[in-house]
Design a binder for this molecule. Sequence first.
Ligand SMILES: Cc1cc2nc3c(=O)[nH]c(=O)nc-3n(C[C@H](O)[C@H](O)[C@H](O)COP(=O)(O)OP(=O)(O)OC[C@H]3O[C@@H](n4cnc5c(N)ncnc54)[C@H](O)[C@@H]3O)c2cc1C
Length: 508
Amino acid sequence: MPTTLVWFKRDLRVHDHAPLAAAAARGAVLPVFLLEPGYWAQPDVSARHWQVLRPALLELRGALGGLGQPLLLRAGEACAVLEALHAQQPFDAVHAHEETGNGWTFARDRAVAAWCRARGIAFRQWRQFGVVRGLKRRQHWVRQWEGLMAEAQIPAPSALTPLGLEPGALPEWPPGLNAPTPVPVLQAAGRASALRCLDGFLHRRGEHYSREMSSPLSAARACSRLSTHLAWGCLSLREAVHAARGRAAELKALPKDQRGQWPRALASFESRLHWHCHFIQKLETEPAIEFHNVNRGYDGLRESDFDAMRFEAWASGHTGWPFVDACMRALVHTGWLNFRMRAMLVAIAAWQLWLHWRQPGLHLARCFNDYEPGIHYSQVQMQSGVTGINIPRMYSPVKQSLDQDPDGVFIRRWVPELAAVPAPWIHEPWKMGSAQQQRYGLKLGRDYPLPLLDHAQAAREARARLAEWRRSQPELSRLNREVLERHGSRRRRVEQRAAPASPQGELF
Ligand SMILES: Cc1cc2nc3c(=O)[nH]c(=O)nc-3n(C[C@H](O)[C@H](O)[C@H](O)COP(=O)(O)OP(=O)(O)OC[C@H]3O[C@@H](n4cnc5c(N)ncnc54)[C@H](O)[C@@H]3O)c2cc1C
């Protein structure tokens, strides 16, 4: 009977798992997850990721064990581990999902492909998202996405042949991890919680999604919160799409006046499942955007101006802009933040603080429970204004504060130094005189920082620098067109229905 090694990566489930199903159909299955020291030492990887991932691995081991062959965990570099496993239990094929990871995993996958080739072992990879490998242009991409989502989900195999190999221990920390320090993990990945999350969102929490997604006060409950489960593959994207479409069909059967806000919410949600792959496709098509600007015409805009002190203040939530600090501290503590506030954090770093996106991007990657390189680098660059195809968005830290947290509830939760400060002062505490500061029990500059700089003046300067840069780069228009051709989305009907203006600000 042929044996297939199924290499689990960021696809920690047995349901709707094409590589596993195909392996089980051809014979015995050796399911393996690799603990690679080289991966855990990367600058975009963190202890939090391991803490989020570990329960999902345990659950997967249980699910595979229930089928007959538990998950094997092996520490070491991929080719060396495969070599050792092959000596122990020969296999003639390796099955995996395609991964659009960071530069390190890309190089590792190539090394594994070469290892397989050298030994005459078939290395077969399946699409796991609506991302298309080898794609150079976006024509027909939407059709391909739809095609994959329209297919039926693949059931888990009914049983696996036990191979009797030592499963290997799940370590407290993976080898190579830079800073194995526990951090709070409020949302771990896992199959059971992914299903609960999906059901809760589609049937109870999600009705006012469109209205409540923007404020960090309401978003944590109103958004689907599926990103962590999707990033680690505890739920397939297709399952989420099918569930949303199933729910929409259910609602359609109801009289219009009983559908509430659900149809709008579901359309917005489905758009975002589409964006998920749209953004990952950018990194898949051009892996180098992890390191350099999507639009090379912006090379040199900020590189020589990196101010480490400003970066530290931003990353630790001590800029002196209360709402910005509250968002950063909430993220550092919980590992999650809503889209608008992620965008604001990056935009503040890029524009007012004039920081190149690479270090802020790495910091956020380490903080996010749901770190997904393709979405992440595309978004970080977009919010930093270096793609050339997105309208640069600058956020005022005060306007966002007034709009999204008018009473200062979110700020008080995450910036306890300001707990006694009422609105409107809490949005701009630097405007308080010393008597007011005393009344509210703090001294600015001692208990809570004064702002790093005048945000409005800094935004004006950033606009001027950008305009000057654009004037000085004659090649920009041509490069913009090239980026648009390579990465620009081709709109589809559902996006147009759900989103009046492209919320990504992309120029089509
Ligand atoms: C600077 C920046 C970095 C980001 N980095 C990541 C990241 O590393 N991983 C990640 O999953 N998302 C990232 N996002 C996108 C978005 O903020 C999160 O997907 C979303 O906040 C997750 O919460 P949710 O699952 O409740 O989302 P929901 O609003 O419920 O959306 C459902 C799903 O759609 C996808 N999605 C939602 N918004 C977007 C978007 N704007 N672009 C692409 N896909 C989207 C996600 O898979 C999400 O789980 C980033 C956004 C910004 C501005």
